[in-house]
Design a protein around this ligand. Structure first.
Ligand SMILES: Cc1cc2nc3c(=O)[nH]c(=O)nc-3n(C[C@H](O)[C@H](O)[C@H](O)COP(=O)(O)OP(=O)(O)OC[C@H]3O[C@@H](n4cnc5c(N)ncnc54)[C@H](O)[C@@H]3O)c2cc1C
Length: 461
């Protein structure tokens, strides 16, 4: 009997528990493996991938396909809803076991749960791994047994447990000796519908190289060349100081556990500055973990404000304002530079993400959900957990959020974090500066007033 691996957001060979489990089992049983990626926009609804991250997916799949084929393994691309396509293909190809890496987004997890139940009832062995996170989201709880809503205590507890977390390398055992199957329903990436408009292809390819091999190089470059100065430089958007691992981590081209395994010796044995830098970086990775944890426990936070005291009356949709923000035509130099960086490259520096989000939700009074949707469409690293948490944090409506009265002033921030104008010049290029969409001072005062009124109204209820 044979074993299947359903590749989802673990588009890698190394440190891939689901793949490793299947290869071991196939070897033991002298069976074959069937490796497949399922393209299933209907299961992804209402969060079907945006254009930029679809491009990354397409490139990453084609890179994985060729890396596997160098090991003598076939990656099949198939199309359909998981709950029908997967049981059918297992039955048709005599497959009695399957493994996959768990998704934590509620709408995807729901399909997986149903599928696991259905397959188990049919006598299929189901092995679900948890290697896109460091812990299971039900593992860390407050003393009252409720989920954490505040980052720092969550961070402290996870930090204490970190050395217990298994991050042994799980490089597959001699895949060449195992035969893999070409499935009848296998298609090309194009015919399966994993394609993106040409203009996205062109512009994104100038800035990124998806795939496990390149992501491994980025990880190594970060640890050897950038980590040391990360705490010092990470807030300056003109400096290439961060890891740029968001998309590789989202698509699982590298495993979060491998990243931790690389940091661990630096934390334990590095000189004080290295140690401190590794801790600062680790904290960011734990924000990523926290975002997944929050989404798991509070699934409606992709659409609704987590803190219900902030209701929809805080914002008023205005088509023109949204459009000018999206195009980088607000007249605020740093905001426009950030939005143009996003449009041209599918990414944006973290500090600038905070600033453009604050400007949209506070100065322009637009709902955070509209900003989150635009990021979802245009970021190569669009990630439901990180994006929802990021937007709610800035809008002041989320967990452990920035207080509502913190309204960044993009001009002051520009002086502090882009003092030589390098970032702003680079992305605004020679574009003429448009007239300011709103006055920064007035719109700040209006926002404060709205938030205060809203708060008063809702805490009185
Ligand atoms: C409004 C807003 C929206 C965001 N949307 C996304 C998104 O869709 N996808 C995404 O991956 N990140 C998102 N972030 C978080 C952060 O901006 C990016 O992860 C970071 O800029 C990626 O660059 P890097 O890989 O070089 O980061 P580094 O500084 O090198 O950090 C390493 C890794 O830690 C994680 N990380 C870092 N900062 C955060 C954070 N604040 N929250 C959660 N994880 C973090 C990421 O996985 C990142 O790759 C958002 C932040 C904001 C304020």
């Amino acid at each position: 009997m044979h074993t299947a691996v359903w590749f989802q957001r673990n588009l890698r060979i190394d440190y891939n528990e689901a793949l490793n489990w299947a290869l071991h089992r196939a070897k033991l049983n002298q069976g074959k493996v069937a490796l497949f990626y399922l393209h299933s926009p209907e299961d992804e609804a209402p969060w079907q991938r945006g254009a930029a991250s679809s491009w990354w997916l397409q490139q990453s799949l084609s890179s994985l396909k060729s890396a596997l084929s160098q090991q003598g393994l076939v990656l099949n691309i198939i199309k359909g809803g998981a709950n029908e396509a997967i049981p059918n293909l297992l039955e048709q190809h005599n497959i009695d076991a399957i493994s996959w890496q768990r998704n934590h987004e509620p709408h995807l997890f729901e399909h997986e749960e149903k599928l696991a139940e259905q397959l188990t009832q049919q006598g299929v062995t189901v092995n679900i791994t948890n290697d896109s996170m460091l812990t299971h989201p039900n593992q860390l709880m407050t003393q009252k047994g409720t989920p954490y809503k505040v980052f720092t205590p969550f961070y402290r507890q996870l930090r204490k447990e970190l050395h217990h977390i298994n991050h042994d390398p799980t490089t597959p055992a001699a895949p060449n000796s195992i035969a893999s199957m070409t499935l009848d329903c296998s298609q090309s990436l194009d015919t399966a519908g994993i394609s993106v408009p040409h203009r996205w292809q062109q512009k994104l390819a100038e800035h990124h190289q998806p795939g496990e091999q390149h992501s491994q190089q980025l990880l190594l470059r970060f640890v050897t060349e950038r980590l040391y100065d990360y705490p010092l430089n990470r807030d300056f958007p003109a400096i290439e100081a961060t890891s740029v691992l968001a998309a590789p981590l989202h698509f699982g081209e590298i495993s979060i556990r491998q990243v931790i395994a690389l940091l661990q010796p630096i934390i334990e044995e590095g000189d004080p500055q290295h140690h401190q830098a590794a801790e600062v970086f680790l904290r960011q990775l734990i924000w990523r973990e926290f975002a997944r944890y929050i989404l798991w426990h509070f699934p409606d936070t992709t659409e609704q404000s987590m803190n219900k005291r902030f209701d929809a009356s805080l914002w008023a949709y205005d088509e023109e304002r949204l459009r000018r923000w999206q195009r980088g035509e607000t007249g605020v130099v740093l905001i426009d530079a950030g939005m143009k960086q996003l449009w041209q490259t599918g990414t944006m520096h973290n500090r600038v993400r905070m600033l453009v989000a604050s400007y949209l939700t506070k100065n322009l009074a637009q709902p955070w959900q509209l900003g989150a949707r635009w990021f979802w469409e245009t970021l190569v690293d669009a990630d439901l957990a990180n994006n929802s948490m990021g937007w709610q944090w800035v809008a002041g409506t989320g967990v452990d959020a920035a207080p509502y009265f913190r309204i960044f002033n993009p001009e002051t921030q520009a002086k502090k974090f882009d003092p030589d104008n390098l970032y702003q010049q680079r992305w605004n290029n020679a574009d003429p500066q448009p007239e300011a969409l709103v006055d920064l001072g007035d719109s700040r005062r209006e926002a404060l007033h709205r938030y205060q009124e809203n708060r008063k109204r809702n805490s009185l209820q």
